[in-house]
Design a protein around this ligand. Sequence first.
Ligand code: PMP
Length: 409
Amino acid sequence: MITSVLNTAELRKDFPLLEQSVNGKKLVYLDNAATTQKPKEVLEALNTYYEEYNSNVHRGVHLLSQKATDAYEAARTNVAAFINAKHSHEVIFTRGTTEGINLISNTFGRMFLQKGDSILITAMEHHSNIVPWQMICEERGATLKVLPIDDDGVLKMEELPALLDDKTKLFAFTYVSNSLGTVNDVHEIIAQAHGKNIPVLVDAAQAVQHMKVDVQHLDADFLVFSGHKIYGPTGIGVLYGKEQWLNVLPPWQGGGDMIKTVSFEKTVYNELPYKYEAGTPDVSGAIGLSAAITYLNGIGLEAIEESEHELIQYALEKLTAIEGLTFIGKAKDRAGAISFLLNGIHPFDVGELLDKQGIAVRTGHHCTQPLMDIFNIPGTVRASFAFYNTREDVDLLVAGVRKAAQMLS
Ligand code: PMP
């Protein structure tokens, strides 16, 4: 299947997992917001590391350790260029989005949050951008405030100025909603927050794989994402932080690598980025993530964005024609995910019937329970797209949903 911008049929061949059958049917993988599949380039990079130069980093003088260190640091430079960070030491490798947010909530929270202060989030956050802030607010006697959304699942921007008050110490929000597919007006949000000297943390877990993200252009103070959602391995992620912030904040975890000198009386911490990378890092993960980024650069994020946009418009059009289907989230500006319900049918039942037809979607609350409460629903059926999905995948999804509706109603 050739879309106007990408030769998807050719590109799919880079992903061995997509070739398989599930329940005797061609696999239609539409759970990309949960995790993406990995191209051969990533699998080969992992294999080469373990077969040829597996070694610990920043420690050995021997050749293998130097090779591993060089590859690990080259991965950092590659990530920095990918998000256009000013310095590669502004890129901290983490376990994923969740760990990046916990790192900032713990360090920033302990340093700057006082009794009576607040942290602002939005109504469409993933649990990982809610719970860490709740924990630190509770510890510090601070309040968690929430920017609401309208019925379409779009942020009520008119309420933002009042919420950005002089007690607000940080605004943490998602770039793209994993449940609704809403793309937030991140530039406007950051301009407003910075207009009041409030720093921002951008959860880009559902953005970096769908559109070009430039941290300098955004002027983001902190930005986080996960490797496994951008065609890289699990267990690796990125925290970007402006140098001025990362230099001011205290370290989070203590241990090897994050120190310059240690005595029983006093430890002198290492410089950036090592200050935030205690212990042996996920060397293979960083190398795999870097391979994923190089692979994506080869295709081009602009082409990916255009191709996915076209596919999502096609899917919306086709799904709209199904009687009894309601979309949850109707933002005009959207990426990645489409959530829906079929009249009175529980999302799990729809998901199960789709699985029988080889179609992998996610059902449930998608780690956004407060958002589901706002819509007064237990969850949704979510189809989420990657650049390797085709119109044929959408047609099979639509046929599958029609069949499920028939069988269950
Ligand atoms: N934020 C958003 C918007 C997400 O979609 C996810 C993953 N579903 C996360 C955070 C958490 O990512 P991870 O589990 O990889 O840390």
